[in-house]
Design a protein around this ligand. Sequence first.
Ligand code: F6R
Length: 241
Amino acid sequence: VNIIVTDSYEASCGEAANQLLSVIKDNPQACLGLATGGTAQGVYPYLVEAYKQQVVSYTEIRTVNLDEYIGLKPDHPQSYRHYMDTYFFDHIDINPLNTYIPSGSQLLQPEITNFSRILEIWPRDVQLLGIGVNGHIGFNEPGGVLQAGVHIATLDTATIQANARFFASEDEVPKTAITMGVGDILQAGKIVLLATGSQKAVVLKKLLTGEEVTTQVPCTLLKLHRDVTVILDRELAWQVG
Ligand code: F6R
């Protein structure tokens, strides 16, 4: 695992954006695996700015997102489709047909099939990841087993509590999500994980300094990939030790 320590969360976002832009520079038809959540949010303004400055064009780029809440319509303000449109797609020259986010409001079984098929026909050159307080990646939550492929995940209590900040109350946070499996995540050519905040220190330590690979801390499975870059700010790095 490569580690990049930056001065600040903002600098980390700029660095993550640069990693994605360099993939696009090498391949203007690249497929980007994208993430939502509070941490990833700061990356998108840099990717939008690069388009505005004519450093990059997204006309031939494809994107596929990690996950989506079950039960939220695409236009729900907390859906990940809405997030991606608002922070990224509405501001760039990407073809909307080339952006895939699993749907949380279709019949589940056909949507699992669709999502799996997309992952097959659109191999990702790079996958952006955040990390949950419990070490989840995508919505692959800690447990005795992890799923390799696309599945419906039941959100961990810790995840529901962490995500309640985006909803009016904890009760409104969906309890399930459709997500890539860990096998899907590991199939990306390159993985860029962005982390900030002291509540991520414990699980990051298990990824960066621990010896184990365990389904109880899903991010540790990233040790099985040959090209993972973790970007974190100095404050968090200090807490990871
Ligand atoms: C988002 C995702 C999640 C988040 C993680 C961290 O698409 O798959 O794994 O990356 O929950 O979320 P934040 O950044 O809000 O702490």
